[in-house]
Structures are given as C-alpha cells and as structure tokens.
Design a protein around this ligand. Structure first.
Ligand SMILES: [Zn+2]
Length: 324
C-alpha cells in the first residue's frame, strides 16, 4: 500500500500533507475534530483518513503528524480511485523539475510572509461541506472539487513545519535530497535542508554568514527577562569560532506580531521556561563584544520552533559539518 503523504481536507477544500494539517491546527484554522475528517484525494473516492498527532504541539508529539486510514481492515478505496496514479505523477513531475531522478528528490516550499487570508484566520472554508456524503464511495465528484484534489508539493509558513521535515529527513538520511524553496514576496531561493539549517556548534561565524537569513538551532534554556515582558533564549553551545554566549531575545512586539499569539507564546515559550530543549530560530547573526545574538527575522513567533526529539542528540555531531 502506498504511504499516505497527502489527504483531502474538505474544510479548506485542499489537498495537504499531515505536517501542513498540524500547521493549520496550530494557527487555529483546523479544530481538534477535523483530524478525522480527511478523505482520500483520489477521484471518486471518499475513503476516510485520520491525521494522527494533528491536534498536538511539537513538544507533545512523539513523532511528526501522519495520515492513517480510519478503517484499517476494509477495502477502503473506491473502485475507480486514482490515488496511486496521482502519487506516481507527482513523483515524476518532481523528478523532472529537480533533474535528480535517481535520488527521489522531494521539494517543499516555505513562505517568509504568510498568505493574507491566514493572518485573519479566515481561510475560505469550503461550501462543498454541506452536501458531503461520506458513505457513498462511488459518488462522482463535481469537476471543480476534483481539481482541488490534485496533489501538489507542500507549502508551509511555520518554522515548526520545516523543522518536522528536517527531523524526518535527518532520520532517513535525506538532508541533501530534500530541497526547500524559500519564498519572499519578490523572489525565491532554493536550498538543500542540509545548507538551510545550521547547528550552532558546528559552524563558525564567517563574514559570509553575517547578514544572511538561516535557521540556527541548538540546545537552549528559555527564561523570562527581568520585567517579564519577553524571554531570553540562552543557547548552551557556542559557534565554532567564538566562545561568546549565544542569545536570542523574544520581545513583546515579536509575540504580538504572531497569528494566534497567546497559544503560541504558551507552547513555545511560557510552558518551556527553565526547561532544556532544542530551539530553532529563523534569523540573522549579530556579534557584539560580549555575545552573539540571533535576531529573529521576520519578526514573529512563526519563525521559532522547539523540539525534544532524540535524533538531535544522537546525530548532532554528524550533521551540518560542511560550512557553506
Ligand atoms: Zn482512494
């Protein structure tokens, strides 16, 4: 059986992956009950799919979110379901785009500025919902709905989603074969996961690194600042070329700039005060006489992620050893 990488979400009338489903839940766009409302993206098919771990924060997840068929012991796909053909088509398309056919290359994209409709948490909720009949496996879909079921590559805007992909690739030893298109409003740049993510103790602060936006991460402690208006993230490791303390300050403005900010402040910062964990920051490095600062950029909590995944412990000295 083909692994379910994508499922159709009737609520937003789009075909998404499980990490994306969790992203929309973290934003408050999908609710807890939506986790059981996914269906097979195949034409004429309505095999029910559940998104495991969709309704959990990254700290609560033992593994990244994933899809499973809701009813496991049945012939679940409709007779004319073309799910497997769609998966094959997507694979071919990605291979030809990346020209690395033998490597099974995955492409994902990440938006530095989230889409407008997600800022107000008013994604266009599908009107098809009312006439959805979950029990009719053979119903023909209207052409318009079928078009929405086309599988495309994944597009995220929360750093935590990209971190999920990074950790999965790290486990599968695929950091060089997963590429991320980083989309700015004007243009885009493609990176391998292995060059986008920078483990702090594995790299030096070179001239080249200064002023560049990268994803920096390492073991850290989170604490309130003196007047409790913000948080200090104190990394427990230094850059290769410097013994200086590495810090990131999250101020009230950063928090207020974030969609669904109370929830995200609680889960990323407040609940983790005094706890050692891995912190990921999209941002730029700035060195002063006494410290090295990682300044979050764009300035909102979408660009911060935390993890307690073991893989970072076991593989931490092997990855990101190449400086570029
Ligand atoms: Zn199906």
């Amino acid at each position: 059986m083909v692994k379910i990488d994508f499922a159709y979400c009737p609520k937003i009338a789009d075909c998404i992956d499980a990490v994306k489903a969790n992203e929309l839940w973290l934003d408050g766009i999908l609710n807890d009950s939506d986790k059981r409302k996914f269906v097979c993206p195949g034409k004429t098919c309505s095999a029910q799919i559940t998104c495991a771990n969709m309704d959990k924060t990254k700290i609560e997840q033992v593994r990244a979110p994933y899809f499973v068929f809701t009813k496991r012991n049945k012939t679940i796909h409709a007779p004319k379901c073309d799910f497997e053909e769609q998966v094959e088509l997507l694979r071919e398309k990605q291979d030809s785009e990346t020209r690395i056919s033998q490597e099974n290359c995955d492409q994902i994209s990440f938006r530095m500025n989230r889409p407008e409709d997600t800022k107000t948490m008013k994604l266009s909720i599908s009107s098809d919902l009312s006439n959805e009949d979950k029990n009719d496996d053979n119903r023909e879909l209207p052409e318009a709905e079928y078009a929405k079921r086309q599988i495309t590559h994944s597009n995220y805007y929360l750093l935590s989603s990209l971190v999920d992909k990074y950790l999965i690739a790290l486990k599968e030893d695929k950091l060089d074969s997963v590429r991320v298109l980083i989309e700015y409003p004007e243009k885009g740049y493609t990176y391998k996961l292995s060059t986008l993510f920078k483990r702090i103790h594995n790299i030096g602060i070179t001239k080249d690194l200064k002023g560049k936006t990268k994803i920096f991460y390492g073991k850290a402690f989170i604490n309130y600042n003196r007047d409790k208006t913000g948080y200090w993230i104190s990394f427990q490791e230094s850059f290769k070329t410097s013994k200086k303390k590495v810090l990131c300050f999250i101020n009230a403005e950063t928090i207020k700039n974030t969609v669904n900010y109370q929830f995200k402040e609680r889960n990323l910062l407040k609940n983790n005060v005094d706890r050692e964990l891995y912190v990921f920051i999209m941002g730029k490095v700035k060195e002063t006489e006494t410290s090295v600062y990682i300044n979050i950029d764009p300035n909102n909590l979408d660009m911060m992620a935390v993890s307690i995944d073991d893989i970072l412990l076991t593989k931490s000295f092997e990855v990101n050893s190449i400086e570029d």
